[in-house]
Design a protein around this ligand. Structure first.
Ligand SMILES: Nc1nc2c(ncn2[C@@H]2O[C@H](COP(=O)(O)OP(=O)(O)OP(=O)(O)O)[C@@H](O)[C@H]2O)c(=O)[nH]1
Ligand SMILES: [Mg+2]
Length: 716
């Protein structure tokens, strides 16, 4: 105590001295006390430290109770806050521990550090009970929310792919293919329907049962199908489940099926293009095999459709339960083709459909499998490679039913497969095809392996979408170019034929005017020569012959005449029954029209001499010819079936010359005679004055021949 008193006075004295030294009031106890704080000095007991509050940081000695005695084990120095062990001693902590216990309880003195720690909280039991009640409720709530959301989403998804029949407008069946594709045919058409202004392929579904059953049965599958999304799959847009209008709507691909493309010879397919078609199928199939569907089940070239960018998309997958059954049994009973004609067609189509079906499925083992899809893929590969149709067998005429029977039965132990034309096959492809249609399903590769093989065999450098697209576009452009060339040639050919026809019906100059859209004005000509010929006794001959015999005779005769007139500057005006009318001097004017007609008439008469009537070979055909020269008008009359007609008295007079003529003689008028005389080339003989009806008395002549040419003697 004395030491403490000493130190107290000591510190007080120091504080007082300092107060006086600073000239402060020594009676101000507050100031004095402030000087005492935060001070360290050497007191009688050693160093003394006073803290901020003026409290002394004391030194302590720690004792441990060992072996029944208190033993000093450590020092604590208050002024420096340091601790020092007493050398050679050891502290035994409670429970024999080597480390001191914590200086505060785990949860603090007031459990402020762990309000929810049930192990240490005094409210632990309450919390535990509460949690035991609340947690299951929370779990239930969360579970219910997840379940509810899932089912609602499913319902929404199903709703979006469920369509109302009233919104679907079927479009009249039309050829499935574009104008670039196959000609239309029932077997190559698909039903189309419009839904919200978009055209889809409409696939009917076979539904036995009521709506509720359908809903339960296919709701899930349909929702999943609508979710399938791959560039090489034709997307299923939705389905209508209203009996009896049950159907699915599938994306419509404008180029038709792969089969249509392969059959269309106007589409050229180089190997780059073929490989990309093949790769598309492999990718689509691989996606399907990895999807919930696991396999396609009906893979064939009609179920690979081609879109406007020449990308192949696999279609008609899934919904197996609802597809119209097409399978045909091996033991199909023989049917009476007459009575079951429709059935016959259907059976044939079904047998055709099964040409892609794997042998194990034909035998009725399973209904579908990935390996069976690979077999079908091999047949498609074969179709693409050789473009000879499905299951091409060199030199074979087997029906589809015979083929599938042989595939199924595998007679003579050798699998029955299409012919591979090795020389037309890129190296490695035939091996791949054979592997894919192996008899044992396990020997067939899967899609991944096929994809790698195709890449290797084709040497495809890139599967880059852009490269591919460009390559296809290039191909498409080439195709279009050749198509345009081909079509242009066809159009030109067609045009030429139309022009030829027009030129045969009308004089060339007139036809040209009509072709260029001009109107043909009637024209008058000062001088032309008109020729008329007629068969003597034609009416009697017609009465004794059948109409076809008469037609044949006239056809033979006129063909012969048509050949002759080609050698002269004349224009055939028309034939009226047995009359043949020719003119020279129009529509192209010429100065020697009389001579042209005269020469032509002489040649025709000579031809008639040797002409044999088919049905009366012994009879001589008797032709009467009349010629007249004079003015004439000519023009096209009428719009429909336009004809170039002659008008004027010259035509009538020429006709009269023929009527008043004689068999196998050429009767010419005065004007023609004068025109021929001017040429000094023809032999003519006066017939004398002749009373001609409507013309009065006329001097007429016989044309006998041409000097140095055809003479009269040869006619008689
Ligand atoms: N243009 C075009 N034609 C198609 C489309 N889908 C099918 N087709 C055509 O319709 C024809 C008939 O198709 P489907 O009715 O599916 O008959 P299938 O493919 O022979 O047989 P399943 O699919 O087994 O019923 C095919 O050969 C194609 O020519 C398409 O998306 N676009
Ligand atoms: Mg199909």
């Amino acid at each position: 105590m004395a030491a403490i008193a000493y130190d107290t006075v000591h510190i007080y004295a120091h504080a007082l001295n300092e107060t006086l030294a600073f000239g402060e009031d020594p009676y101000d106890g507050r100031r004095l006390a402030e000087r005492v704080r935060n001070r360290t000095f050497e007191g009688v007991q050693g160093w003394v430290t006073l803290d901020n509050n003026g409290d002394r940081e004391t030194n302590y000695m720690m004792y441990s109770f060992q072996d029944g005695k208190m033993k000093a084990v450590g020092y604590y120095f208050g002024h420096s806050g340091e601790y020092e062990d007493v050398p050679g001693t050891m502290i035994t902590w409670p429970a024999g521990g080597l480390t001191p216990p914590p200086d505060a309880p785990y949860c603090g003195f007031d459990e402020e550090k762990c309000p929810f720690d049930l192990r240490h909280s005094r409210y632990g039991p309450i919390y535990t009970l509460g949690l035991a009640l609340i947690l299951p409720i929370i779990f239930l709530l969360v579970g219910y929310t997840i379940y509810h959301r899932h089912t609602v989403e499913k319902k929404v998804a199903f709703k979006t792919c469920q369509l109302r029949s009233q919104d679907i407008t079927p479009i009249r069946t039309r050829p499935a293919t574009s104008r670039n594709s196959l000609p239309s045919g029932e077997e190559n058409s698909c039903r189309l329907a419009e839904y919200k202004n978009t055209v889809y392929v409409m696939k009917e579904l076979r539904v036995d049962g009521n709506r509720a059953t359908i809903r339960r049965g296919i709701q899930k599958e349909l929702t999943q199908l609508c979710e399938l999304n791959h560039p090489n799959l034709a997307r299923i847009y939705g389905a209508c489940l209203e009996v009896p209008n049950c159907c699915v709507l599938i994306d419509h691909c404008s180029k038709g099926s792969l089969q249509d493309i392969l059959k269309n010879e106007s589409i050229k397919l180089d190997w780059t293009f073929r490989w990309s078609l093949i790769m598309d199928i492999v990718k689509g199939l691989e996606y399907l095999h990895n999807s919930f569907l696991k396999c396609h089940g009906s893979l064939k070239s009609t179920n690979c459709v081609v879109d406007s960018r020449f990308v192949v998309k696999i279609t008609d997958f899934g919904l197996w339960m609802l597809r119209k059954k097409k399978r045909i049994s091996m033991e199909e009973p023989k049917f009476d083709a007459l009575h079951l004609n429709n059935n016959a067609v259907t059976l044939l189509k079904h047998a055709q459909d099964q040409l892609w079906t794997a042998p194990e499925i034909l035998r009725g083992g399973t209904e579908r499998s990935q390996k069976a899809d690979v077999y079908s893929f091999a047949l498609i590969l074969h179709e693409i490679a050789f473009r000879k149709g499905v299951f091409y067998q060199e030199g074979s005429q087997l029906s589809p039913k015979d083929i599938i029977t042989r595939v199924a039965l595998s007679l003579s132990g050798v699998p029955f497969r299409p012919t591979i034309l090795e020389k037309d096959c890129p190296a490695g492809l035939s091996g791949l095809i054979k592997q894919c249609w192996a008899e044992t399903p396990e020997d067939r590769p899967d899609c991944k392996v096929i994809g790698a093989a195709v890449r290797r065999i084709s040497g495809m450098k890139s599967e880059n979408i852009l490269d591919n697209l460009l390559a296809r576009m290039e191909h498409y452009a080439d195709n279009l170019e050749s198509l345009v060339q081909e079509k242009t040639a066809q159009v030109l050919d067609e045009k030429k034929r139309a022009e030829d026809l027009l030129e045969r019906l009308l004089p060339r100059t007139v036809a040209n005017q009509l072709k260029h859209g001009g109107t043909v004005h009637p024209e008058s000509f000062d001088s032309v020569t008109v020729f008329f010929s007629d068969i003597v006794g034609f009416t009697a001959m017609s009465a004794d012959s059948s109409p076809m015999e008469v037609v044949d005779m006239l056809n033979d005769l006129y063909t012969c005449f048509d050949d002759i007139i080609g050698n002269y500057d004349v224009y055939k005006v028309e034939t009226i029954g047995d009359a043949y009318v020719v003119v020279s001097g129009l529509p192209e004017r010429n100065s020697n029209h009389a001579a042209e007609i005269a020469r032509m008439a002489l040649e025709m008469l000579r031809a008639v001499q040797t002409f044999r009537i088919r049905h009366r070979t012994s009879e001589q055909l008797k032709l009467r010819i009349g010629i007249h020269t004079g003015p004439c008008a000519a023009g096209v009359v009428g719009r429909k079936m336009p004809r170039y007609c002659l008008f004027g008295d010259t035509v009538n007079t020429a006709s009269r010359m023929e009527t008043y003529g004689m068999a196998l003689r050429i009767h010419v008028s005065e004007t023609t005679y004068q025109a021929l005389c001017l040429t000094e080339r023809f032999l003519l003989e006066a017939r004398g004055e002749l009373e001609i009806k409507g013309k009065g008395s006329q001097r007429t002549y016989w044309l006998l021949g041409e000097k140095g040419g055809i003479a009269k003697e040869s006619f008689v």
